[in-house]
Write a protein that binds this ligand. Structure first.
Ligand code: MG
Length: 273
């Protein structure tokens, strides 16, 4: 009888320990940001879902040492290390991100900032640096972003030893096109984007020519005349918005991560006659 009681007691103990372990595992999983979705709309081409975690991970490429690309004489300098006078809050009012020693940093909760000036086709140079030590996983590690025309996000994320869904990596057209390769530098180091962007062309209320983007990250090609499917977003099928028009601001994303920016300049593209 005594032995039977012990067996019952031990069985109960094991059951309770199993439940505790399962709860712990679920909580641990909740802390991990998702690395992909398959319940999202299909992207054009019918092969991958938006943010499809099964999509192949871009190969890792180690970029060459940082090369400081100063603005050419005809560039519009959007940040020269001193102030945010060319920027405002996307919600209206002054840009409330912090300018520090030659750079500015996302102020979590202050909201996106955007340029006062609006642009169409451009060449853009921008430098950023990820928070160190790194915190969070997947999309929660150093997320920000640069939106051409205020609509089309080139993702900024710390993908140095950080897996996420490929169409959400640094260099991706967010939710649409993974970067060709993963050319991220470690957090804390300065990184660069050099982007060539041409906006969509509208004809009778329809897009006759889509927007295109070519992007170099740290001197490495990550997008090559890539067709943009429409305004970017989380878990959405991208569509063009007629109200966007021909020009829009350059917008930087407050994703509640203290990403730093510096040396931002832009050249409106004017093809020869
Ligand atoms: Mg982002």
């Amino acid at each position: 009888m005594m032995k039977k009681n012990w067996i019952v007691f031990l069985s109960a103990l094991i059951a309770m320990a199993s439940v505790a372990l399962a709860v712990h595992q679920v909580r641990a999983q909740e802390k991990q940001a998702p690395v992909g979705y398959e319940d999202t709309p299909m992207l054009p081409g019918g092969k991958w879902h938006v943010h499809d975690g099964r999509r192949p991970q871009p190969p890792v490429v180690t970029p060459a040492p940082f090369f400081n690309e100063q603005p050419p004489s005809d560039a519009i300098v959007l940040f020269d290390g001193k102030d945010l006078s060319k920027w405002e809050s996307a919600k209206g009012g002054p840009a409330r991100w912090k300018v520090e020693d030659g750079y500015f940093v996302v102020e979590p909760g202050a909201g996106d900032i955007e340029t006062k000036e609006k642009f169409g086709a451009v060449q853009l140079h921008l430098e950023w640096s990820e928070p160190t030590p790194p915190e969070g996983t997947s999309q929660e590690r150093g997320n920000s972003g640069v939106f051409l025309q205020g609509q089309y996000e080139t993702q900024i994320l710390d993908n140095y030893n950080n897996i996420t869904y490929p169409d959400g990596q640094a260099g991706a057209v967010y939710g649409q096109h993974p970067p060709y390769v993963n050319a991220c530098r470690p957090p804390g180091e300065w990184q660069s984007y050099d982007i060539v962007f041409t906006p969509a062309i509208w004809h009778n209320g329809e897009v006759s020519t889509p927007a295109f983007i070519t992007t170099f990250q740290n001197g490495v090609l990550v997008q090559n005349h890539t067709e943009i499917y429409g305004s970017t977003g989380h878990r959405i099928f991208p569509r063009y918005k007629p109200e966007v028009g021909d020009v829009g601001p350059l917008r930087l994303q407050d994703h509640h991560k203290r990403v730093r920016y510096r040396n931002i300049w832009i050249r409106p593209i004017k093809p020869p006659e």
